[in-house]
Design a protein around this ligand. Structure first.
Ligand SMILES: *Cc1c(COP(=O)(O)O)cnc(C)c1O
Length: 448
């Protein structure tokens, strides 16, 4: 059921086929180098790319820009308390700012942090403290065909074997990422969250939830976890987050804003320590690296994120895109997660070996065929790992409609039809930091 009508529009256009070919060549076959206005449907990321509501725009204009004691901060504090259940908030410029504040407080050299799967910036911030980020996904997480409801769950078996190996005293931090962004946006059950809480207590660790997509996760719980079949999204969100000692949040996801983030907790001591670190890296604790107007818009966005009509529209829209792609013969990761549809590039282009980047080839074909921008999350983005060759089509919140998705489906089907003409790519130039290769490397087509 559609939940919105338009009130402001932005014109988009599809460059000609010849122009798209030139753009791709000039971008070194890396879509991060494309100008956004040369992209027709932009599914590069769901982070900060969504559309704000009229209530958010109204709040923005009423933002209080006071350095200390801003009214907009009070609004954010009460939204976080009502929606997420935490009384103390440290605002930051975005999610990674919150990670720096919280993990810089909780971790020291030689520690180990456990997470269902560390998101890139989380991994980098854990490593930046001299600590070791260890992933504990369930085994079905990386199987594109396993039809399980909670493929984002945290594996307690893996976590226990890490603790047996390194000793509990080296593991002060357990993180649960909901939904599990790096595992195809798959949700985590409340039952699993409870077990992670118990496990953290057993080893005397702090339990943090990376809550970037907490509302989408709660929506999946109401749809897939029997105990919550009659519950509403907002009460599930509060229950699930309530098991944690603290949350880190990127407002660019389920805060429904273009920028912002925060740490929230009920722990007085942790709050005080985070505030001190936030002053150093973010700003005074009642604005923390955000304009007052942005705090105000995020306060409204958090409440909207757990609205049943919003979240149903969101989950259903992504699911429909996934199932229409599958019907058109495009191999998709099943079931679809909360914020994106993942395509299985090895199945789409079986004739292209991993070392010729089938995922990047698919990304280039989507742009070439229809001006659609997705992102490769396979061996181009993650050299030296044995991840599946996936392409992510991330869906900005409240931005694209059914006609846009029809175009995406037609484009992907056309790209697959032409598959024999595609022979893969090789790297032409790459930066010195291999972890960040896919942002700036350039490629060239492999001769067939
Ligand atoms: C986006 C994201 C972050 C980082 O947030 P930014 O606002 O991009 O800095 C951290 N964790 C997860 C799971 C994310 O999806």
């Amino acid at each position: 059921m559609v939940a919105y009508k338009s009130k402001m529009v932005e014109q988009i256009s599809l460059p000609s086929s010849a122009q798209r070919e030139r753009n791709l060549e000039e971008a070194g076959y890396n879509v991060f180098n494309l100008a956004a206005e040369d992209v027709f449907i932009d599914l590069l990321t769901d982070s900060g790319t969504g559309t704000m509501s009229d209530d958010q725009w109204a709040a923005l204009i009423r933002g209080d820009e006071a350095y200390a004691g801003s009214r907009s901060f009070d609004r954010l504090e009460s939204a976080v308390a009502d929606v997420m259940g935490f009384e103390r908030v440290v605002p930051t410029h975005q999610g990674r700012g919150a990670e720096n504040v919280l993990y810089g407080t909780l971790l020291s050299e030689g520690d180990v942090a456990l997470n269902n799967t560390h998101f890139d910036t989380t991994r980098a911030h854990v490593a930046n403290q001299g600590a070791d980020p260890v992933d504990c996904p369930v085994s079905e997480a990386h199987d594109p065909e396993a039809d399980e409801p909670f493929k984002g769950n945290f594996s307690l078996d893996r976590a226990r074997s890490v603790v047996d190996e390194v000793g509990a005293e080296r593991v002060p931090l357990v993180i649960l990422t909901i939904t599990n962004n790096s595992a195809a946006g798959q949700p985590v059950s409340v039952a699993n969250t409870r077990r992670v809480r118990e496990f953290a207590d057993e080893i005397d660790a702090t339990f943090v939830i990376d809550a970037c997509r907490f509302a989408e996760n709660a929506a999946f719980v109401t749809r897939r976890e029997d105990e919550f079949a009659d519950a509403d999204v907002s009460s599930v969100a509060r229950e699930q987050l309530g098991y944690a000692d603290a949350v880190v949040m990127s407002g660019k996801k389920d805060g429904l804003v273009n920028v912002g983030g925060f740490v929230a907790t009920d722990d007085e001591d942790l709050f005080e320590e985070c505030k001190q670190r936030a002053i150093l890296y973010e700003g005074f604790p009642t604005y923390g690296g955000m304009a007052g107007r942005d705090l105000a818009a995020m306060a409204v966005g958090l409440r909207e994120a757990v609205d049943e009509a919003y979240v149903a529209d969101r989950i259903e829209g992504v699911r429909r895109l996934g199932s229409r792609l599958a019907e058109a013969g495009v191999p998709v990761y099943e079931p679809t997660g909360g914020h994106a549809v993942y395509l299985d590039a090895s199945a789409a282009f079986p004739h292209i070996p991993d070392e010729a980047f089938p995922g990047q080839a698919l990304v280039c074909e989507l742009y070439r065929e229809g001006g659609v921008r997705g992102v490769e999350l396979g061996s181009f983005a993650f050299p030296e790992t044995d991840r599946p060759e996936l392409v992510r089509l991330a869906v900005p919140r409240r931005t694209y409609h059914r006609e846009h998705f029809d175009h995406v489906v037609e484009t992907a089907a056309a790209a697959l039809e032409e598959r024999d003409a595609v022979s893969g790519y090789e790297i032409a130039s790459e930066p010195s930091v291999p972890e960040l290769r896919h942002f700036t490397a350039t490629l060239e087509p492999r001769s067939s």
